[in-house]
Design a protein around this ligand. Structure first.
Ligand code: SF4
Ligand code: SF4
Length: 146
């Protein structure tokens, strides 16, 4: 359904590499220093993105079990897999305020329904609702008012 070349900037698990600081620091030396200060290894930066790097995400120890599983299942995105959504994609409260893992499922659903271009356009809103939104029960996460 999707050609990996057309979605080089979006990891198969739904992580948006194109908006990741480890990728965006490629032409931003200040951001590169910030990313190094946060603990990423300088030699792994800038990261070319998950697909280009074959799953060697700079935030992992280089051994991404999810990427290996995706290769085994021969899918471009996890939503094409018969086992979707499996435990690798489950939400987790651990470090939910700083890591993007809880966005994977909504990212994948968005890409599946609306396509990759629409997802790229919508991503910053999804991100803002997740990290900065105010949750109103029954109304969903509201965008922050600036
Ligand atoms: S593979 Fe990991 S470190 Fe690299 S751009 Fe994607 S999310 Fe960022
Ligand atoms: S089992 Fe399927 S849905 Fe889960 S990580 Fe592997 S490829 Fe993705």
């Amino acid at each position: 359904m999707f050609n990996p070349k057309d979605v080089w900037d979006i990891a198969p698990c739904g992580t948006n590499c194109g908006e990741c600081p480890a990728y965006k620091c490629k032409d931003n030396p200040e951001l590169l220093e910030q990313v190094v200060a946060k603990g990423l290894k300088r030699e792994s930066l800038p990261c070319p993105g998950c697909r280009e790097h074959k799953g060697k995400c700079a935030f992992t120890d280089g051994d991404c079990e999810t990427y290996a599983c995706i290769e085994k299942h021969n899918v471009t995105f996890c939503f094409e897999c018969a086992e979707f959504p499996c435990r690798y994609l489950y939400p987790c409260a651990d470090r939910a305020n700083i890591l993007p893992h809880n966005m994977k499922l909504v990212n994948l659903c968005h890409i599946k329904t609306y396509g990759a271009d629409a997802f790229r356009k919508k991503f910053l809103e999804i991100k803002a609702r997740y990290y900065m939104g105010k949750m109103l029960i029954g109304k969903g996460p509201q965008l922050p008012s600036y």
